[in-house]
Design a protein around this ligand. Structure first.
Ligand SMILES: [Zn+2]
Length: 83
């Protein structure tokens, strides 16, 4: 196996690393593998853009949710949604 084959990821592995990167830092090897793959694969570049957009929209949605500290606040939040 030459070094290019060792460095080249499949799209399945690349998308798994793209998702993992949102939560934990990738090591140097995985970062380089992912950069090489996304440089050559337009499908995975699109996946990166879509994944970022979805994460931003979800973050925005969760940022607007009320902070509920106890069951009384939860009950009041549910009742206010029902009315
Ligand atoms: Zn790909």
């Amino acid at each position: 196996m030459n070094i290019m084959n060792a460095m080249m990821l499949s799209c399945v592995k690349a998308t798994a690393l793209i998702e993992m990167k949102e939560h934990v830092p990738l090591g140097l090897l995985k970062t380089m593998q992912l950069r090489m793959h996304t440089a050559m694969c337009s499908g995975c570049r699109n996946y990166v853009k879509q994944s970022r957009l979805i994460n931003q929209l979800l973050q925005k949605k969760f940022d607007t949710l009320p902070i509920i500290k106890n069951t009384d606040d939860l009950e009041a939040a549910i009742i206010s949604k029902l009315l």
